[in-house]
Design a protein. Structure first.
Length: 121
C-alpha cells in the first residue's frame, strides 16, 4: 500500500486550476493592451502637441498685440508697418509651429497668424 505523502505529479484538478488562472491573466492582459492601443490611437487623432504649439503661438501673438496696443496708446497711431512692430520687440518672436509668423495690418493695427490650424503645425 502507498502512503499519501508518497504520491508524485499533479492531478487533473490542479492542472485545470492552473489553466483557469493562466486564462484569466491572459484575458486581463489582452484587455489592458487593447485599451492602451486605443488610447494611443485617440491621442494621435487629437494631436495634443500640435494644439499646444498653436496655443503657444497664439500667446506669443497676444503679447505682440499688447505691445502694439501700448504703442497706440502712447503715440495715438498704429505702428507704420511690420518692421515697426518688430522694432517694439526685444527679440524676434519664436513661433512653435513650423513656418508660422504674424501678419500685420497697419490700417487697423490687426495682427494674425499665418498658421491657424493645429493640423498644419
Amino acid at each position: 500500500m502507498r502512503r499519501l505523502g508518497d504520491e508524485r505529479g499533479l492531478g487533473l484538478v490542479e492542472i485545470l486550476i492552473v489553466l483557469v488562472v493562466v486564462a484569466i491573466a491572459g484575458g486581463l492582459l489582452w484587455g489592458y493592451f487593447g485599451s492602451t492601443a486605443k488610447t494611443i490611437e485617440k491621442l494621435q487623432e487629437q494631436r495634443p502637441i500640435e494644439h499646444a504649439r498653436l496655443a503657444a503661438d497664439q500667446a506669443t501673438l497676444a503679447s505682440i498685440k499688447g505691445l502694439v496696443d501700448v504703442y497706440r496708446a502712447q503715440n495715438d497711431t498704429w505702428p507704420a508697418d511690420r518692421d515697426a512692430v518688430l522694432a517694439l520687440l526685444a527679440a524676434p518672436p519664436r513661433f512653435q509651429c513650423a513656418g508660422n509668423d504674424f501678419e500685420y495690418d497697419p490700417a487697423s493695427g490687426g495682427l494674425s497668424l499665418r498658421v491657424t490650424d493645429a493640423g498644419r503645425c
